[in-house]
Ligand binder design. Structure first.
Ligand SMILES: Nc1nc2c(c(=O)[nH]1)N[C@@H](CN(C=O)c1ccc(C(=O)N[C@@H](CCC(=O)O)C(=O)O)cc1)CN2
Ligand SMILES: NCC(=O)N[C@@H]1O[C@H](COP(=O)([O-])[O-])[C@@H](O)[C@H]1O
Length: 291
C-alpha cells in the first residue's frame, strides 16, 4: 500500500508519555523540542505506522488544526527584508519568531541608513546581510534606489517590514513591491503621524495632547509618511503620571507582539485586501473571521 505521507506539527499540549508510535525507519523527526515532559514534534510519518491513544487526542478540532499546520508547513517560507535606523528591538522580535517557527519566514536581509545602529550590529552577529540605504551624505557607500530594488529582487524578497526606519521609502521601491511593504508606527494613526513624528517625539505629543489611550499601528506603506491603509493596531492606556519614556516602553512592548502577529499572517498568506483597499488579517483559528 502506497502509504500517504502525513506531514504535521503537533503543539506541545500532548505529554510525551502519551504519544505512542511505532518506531519505523520511515519516521523522520524534522524538529523536536522537549520541555517539561511535553514535546513539540515536526515530523513526517507514514500514516499506517502512527497510532495515537484516542484518549489523548481530545481536541475537538484536532484534525482541522493539523490540516492548517500542514498547509503552513507546505507553504514556501517567505523572505523578509527588515528596515531599521535604531536599536532594532522590533527586528529582533521578528527574527527570533522566525527561528521559533512562529513566523513561517526568514529575515533574508537588513536595510539601514545607519551602519552602526544597534539593529545593524545585531544583524551582523546573526550573519544576516546588511545593506546601507540611502547613501550617507557626501559618501559613496550605500545603494542607489535602483540598486536597492535590484538587490531586494536578488534576495527574492516577499515582504519589506519597516521597524524604526526614519527615511522616506522612495516611490520606486513602493511601486516595485506593491502591497508588500508595511511599517510600524508608535501611535494610533492617523493621530500623531506624518513628517516629524518619530521616536520619542510621538509619545511626547500624545502626552501633551491629554490622550487617554495610545498604541502601535501597523500600516501599508505608500508614497507618503504614515498615510497607508491600516492593517493592525494595539491599544495601551496613557497614565496620568506617564512620561514620554514610560509610555514609549509600554507601546514598544505591544509593538513586539503586534508585529510578530502581522509577520506570521503575512507569511501564512492570511492578509486579505478589502475592495476599498483596506488590508485585513484572516484569523488562523477561524478562517471565516477577519480583523
Ligand atoms: N514612503 C514611506 N516611507 C516611510 C514611511 C511611510 O509610511 N511611507 N514610514 C516611515 C516611518 N515613520 C513613521 O512611522 C516616519 C519616519 C521618519 C519621519 C521623519 O519625519 N523623518 C525625518 C528625518 C529623520 C532623520 O533622518 O533622523 C524627515 O523626513 O525629516 C516620519 C515618519 C519610514 N518611511
Ligand atoms: N515613525 C516611525 C517610528 O517612530 N518608529 C518607532 O521607532 C521605534 C523603533 O524601535 P526599535 O528600533 O527598537 O524597533 C519603534 O517604537 C517604532 O514604532
Amino acid at each position: 500500500m502506497e502509504a500517504q505521507r502525513l506531514y504535521f506539527k503537533l503543539s506541545s499540549t500532548i505529554p510525551t508519555s502519551q504519544i505512542q508510535y511505532q518506531r519505523t525507519p520511515f519516521i523522520q523527526i524534522l524538529h523536536k523540542a522537549s520541555t517539561n515532559n511535553n514535546i513539540t514534534l515536526k515530523g513526517s510519518f507514514l500514516k499506517p505506522h502512527v497510532s495515537f491513544d484516542p484518549k489523548v487526542l481530545k481536541c475537538t478540532n484536532c484534525l482541522q488544526r493539523i490540516e492548517r499546520e500542514v498547509a503552513i508547513i507546505q507553504l514556501r517560507k517567505k523572505k523578509i527584508a527588515v528596515f531599521v535606523s535604531g536599536s532594532g528591538s522590533n527586528f529582533r522580535s521578528i527574527y527570533e519568531a522566525t527561528l521559533e517557527g512562529i513566523v513561517h519566514g526568514e529575515v533574508a536581509v537588513l536595510v539601514t541608513n545607519k551602519d552602526d545602529c544597534g539593529g545593524a550590529k545585531y544583524a551582523r552577529e546573526q550573519d544576516i546581510p546588511v545593506i546601507l540605504f540611502p547613501k550617507a551624505k557626501n559618501s559613496s557607500v550605500g545603494l542607489s534606489e535602483e540598486d536597492l530594488v535590484d538587490a531586494l529582487r536578488a534576495f527574492n524578497i516577499d515582504f519589506i517590514l519597516l521597524a524604526g526606519y526614519l527615511k522616506l521609502i522612495p516611490t520606486e521601491l513602493v511601486r516595485a513591491f506593491p502591497r508588500s511593504i508595511f511599517n510600524i508606527h508608535p501611535s494610533l494613526l492617523p493621530a500623531f503621524g506624518g513628517k516629524g513624528y518619530y521616536g520619542i517625539k510621538v509619545h511626547k505629543a500624545v502626552i501633551d495632547s491629554g490622550a487617554r489611550y495610545s498604541g502601535p499601528t501597523i500600516h501599508h506603506v505608500d508614497e507618503h509618511y504614515d498615510t497607508g491603509r491600516i492593517l493592525a493596531q494595539g491599544v495601551v492606556p496613557v497614565l496620568a503620571n506617564d512620561t514620554a519614556e514610560t509610555l514609549a516602553a509600554r507601546v514598544l512592548h505591544e509593538e513586539h507582539k503586534l508585529y510578530v502577529e502581522v509577520a506570521a499572517a503575512l507569511c501564512e498568506e492570511r492578509i486579505v485586501w478589502r475592495e476599498d483597499g483596506v488590508p485585513l488579517i484572516r484569523s488562523k483559528e477561524d478562517p471565516d473571521h477577519y480583523k
